[in-house]
Design a protein around this ligand. Structure first.
Ligand code: FAD
Length: 451
């Protein structure tokens, strides 16, 4: 009998066993399976992870490794450019097939080159839809153009048939290959170890994701209409799990169409439309693969941003601006690796409009500190706040952080949690006058319009 050659599954942002079409295809092929994760910090198409996502990745890979081993498989870890590592592992293991789930940013250029190269070498290659409800190119206007506005996009997306979730493999015939030790990758912070708050808040990995979804549907979805109040625990907390593909949007969609009580049912459409914003941002990323660098609306490249003033920027990062809602949000971010959505909008608007700092500077800080930092949703939302993005908030609509606080955190419950010294001598005075800085932003915008 001829030796059975393995199939290689290359995992990226899809660190799960359930509803993983690439893994399923490999297991169904009745071949041994090499499951590989590549830490690629060198390819120019890949944006190096920030500190918080490195922390998450470490724990997510640990969880995945364990689940694979329970089923007879194993996880091979390699570091280097994907275009070096994948062909090398194929050669070492004599793999005859390579499978992966698709990605949508600049890294897809790597995937396209690899696909051609491997096929030229006679290797079977297949890529799958796994991390979105619909592929970006499947949702287009009547004229076949991509949508630039959310509402018609989401309507059209929901008219598409979604793929069925694929079942989790019970057994995996693992094929070993040489790899690195996860600890040697140094993904965790050491000096100083700032990850204590992250550990308290999160359980990375597929089981943590499933647990979060179930708990949200049962305990919090009924309160989702209060999702704009940062002191109320009414949202899912699924964003980092989705970011790393520990759960798929199809699994979420299916669960939301399973048993729900009345309160949950009333909030379902709204919640799913937020998942729709994730889809929309990915479709924008697909149109503009370097979304963290390039304005989606190019005329914005002429905007007269001010050179960031180091002291002001530090005050923003550290939550010492003297504007309570902004400071609360920035401290929540530093402690827990996330920030409530409404407060993200307020802190971003404050940086971009009251301090007139280029959105890319704020986006980079969020990229480093958010556990859900995502190459579609982070720049997509920053550009939305700045005005340069798709379906963006108009620049002249400047959030007033004090009015936002009155409206959404009336009793200062959220603000007091993160800024306990509020109202004492220890709390700083505002670093800018909100009214004057708003006017300066409007003048700068007028300059852009006239140019
Ligand atoms: P829920 O309200 O439970 O929503 C469910 C899911 O829908 C989320 O997990 C997320 O995947 C998706 N979602 C919700 N709102 C949005 C949105 N506005 N855009 C895209 N997807 C959305 N989200 C990220 O996942 N990664 C980011 O890097 C990111 N950066 C942001 C930066 C700024 C300046 C702003 C204003 C928003 C950003 N968001 C980002 C969107 C949003 O704030 C988070 O998705 C949300 O707070 C996550 O909490 P949750 O999972 O409890 O959300």
């Amino acid at each position: 009998m001829s030796p059975r050659h393995p199939a290689l599954v290359w995992l990226r942002d899809d660190l799960r066993l359930a509803d993983n079409p690439a893994l399923r295809a490999a297991v169904d092929g009745d071949r041994p399976v090499v499951v590989l994760y590549v830490l690629d910090e060198q390819s120019r198409e890949i944006r190096p992870l920030g500190g918080a996502t490195r922390w998450w990745l470490h724990h997510s890979l640990t969880a995945l490794q364990q689940r694979l081993e329970e089923r007879g498989g194993s996880l091979v870890l390699r570091r280097g450019t994907a275009e070096d590592v994948i062909p090398a592992v194929v050669a070492e293991t004599h793999a005859e097939a390579v499978f992966w789930n698709r990605r949508y940013g600049a890294a897809r250029e790597i995937d396209a080159r690899l696909k051609t190269r491997l096929r030229d070498d006679g290797i079977e290659v297949a890529s799958f839809s796994a991390n979105l409800l619909v592929e970006p190119w499947e949702v287009t206007t009547g004229q076949g153009e991509p949508f630039k506005v959310f509402t018609p996009f989401w309507k059209a997306a929901q008219e598409r048939p979604f793929r069925d979730a694929v079942p989790e493999p019970r057994e995996i015939e693992g094929h070993r290959a040489d790899g690195d030790r996860l600890d040697d990758w140094g993904l965790l912070p050491t000096h100083p170890n700032w990850a204590g708050g992250l550990r308290e808040t999160w359980e990375p990995g597929e089981l943590g994701a499933r647990h979060r979804l179930e708990e949200f549907v049962e305990d919090r979805l009924a309160d989702y209409h209060r999702r704009d109040e940062p002191a109320v625990d009414a949202t899912s907390g699924l964003s980092p799990h989705l970011r790393f593909g520990e759960i798929s949007p199809i699994q979420i969609w299916d669960r939301l169409h399973g048993p729900l009580d009345g309160g949950a049912l009333r909030n379902r459409a709204k919640f799913l439309s937020e998942v729709g914003w994730r889809e929309f941002n990915h479709s924008i990323l697909f149109q503009q693969p370097r979304l963290h660098r390039d304005s989606f609306r190019p005329e914005w490249d002429a905007f007269p941003w001010e050179k960031p003033h180091a002291a002001e920027l530090d005050a923003w990062k550290q939550g010492r601006t003297g504007i309570p809602l902004v400071d609360a949000g920035m401290r929540e971010l530093w402690h827990s690796g996330v920030m409530h959505n409404r407060v993200r909008m307020v802190t971003a608007s404050f940086l971009v409009k009251n301090l007139l700092v280029d959105w890319r500077v704020g986006e980079a800080w969020f990229w480093d500190t958010l556990v859900d930092a995502d190459e579609a949703s982070n720049p997509g939302n920053w550009q939305w706040v700045a005005g340069s993005g798709a379906d963006a908030a108009p620049y002249f609509r400047v959030f007033n952080p004090e009015l936002q606080r009155e409206k959404f955190d009336k009793h200062d419950r959220y603000v007091k949690r993160w800024v306990p010294e509020l109202g004492t001598d220890e709390y700083p005075d505002p670093i800018v006058d909100l009214k004057q800085s708003r006017q300066a932003a409007l003048d700068a915008y007028q300059h852009l319009r006239n140019s």
